[in-house]
Design a protein around this ligand. Sequence first.
Ligand SMILES: Nc1ncnc2c1ncn2[C@@H]1O[C@H](COP(=O)(O)OP(=O)(O)O)[C@@H](O)[C@H]1O
Ligand SMILES: [Mg+2]
Length: 245
Amino acid sequence: MTGRLDAAVVLQLIGVTQQYGNGATSVSALSGVDLQVHEGELVAIMGASGSGKSTLLSVAGGLQQPTTGEVVIEGSFLSDQSPAQIAQLRRRSLGFVFQDFNLIPTLTAIENVTLPLELDGFRSRVARRAGRDALASVGLEDKLDAYPDDLSGGQQQRVAIARAVVGGRRLILADEPTGALDSVTGEMVLRMLRARVDAGAAGILVTHEARHAAVADRIVFLRDGRIVDESRRDGAEALLAGGSR
Ligand SMILES: Nc1ncnc2c1ncn2[C@@H]1O[C@H](COP(=O)(O)OP(=O)(O)O)[C@@H](O)[C@H]1O
Ligand SMILES: [Mg+2]
């Protein structure tokens, strides 16, 4: 805990608001959200459907620009960056994991994982080695050339995690990554996310289940686009408790 307090801030949201639409039909999806996520820290976000969880991840990952406020990733204010610079930051520093895996069906597991590296101009031999390492880290070294359709849901989500971490990405944003998985597979996926964060990334995990949020160091509760509560816990202890169940 004390070590974590001096750890580098990987993500910072400062007074972020997100308004959809104008006038009478406008929706405030986020209102004045301040959040910091440090290296080695996994933050869970909980809240009812429509409370702004997905919007928060999307803004944090530079997929959409907030109406007001600032997003800072590893010291870079996204508002100072060109669209091309933001795209590059996303390819190099960010990994997204979604409920429905979002793999490209016509690419093999390793091609899905190495795609962001290839787009970023890595030589294919280098990209392939990184992809193989990332897939090995989620226990899929024997599925490199399998297509998504030939993999179980849990295996597909592990490929998505490998894609999110390949090349040492520093910020992992996961939106209900266990929503489509059975509980045993879901817990395995969470443990992999946790291990990656422990190895030097920062993560946000959106989840509906308190039991899953228990792998996080901190749980932030959103209601109507505002952070209404926050609870801290010892991540290592929670992980051990999860592992012995
Ligand atoms: N693209 C959009 N256009 C208009 N309203 C949206 C859009 N995306 C989300 N919303 C609204 O913003 C609010 C927050 O949505 P969302 O971030 O998806 O919440 P959650 O992920 O917690 O379910 C909801 O009221 C939702 O209807
Ligand atoms: Mg959502």
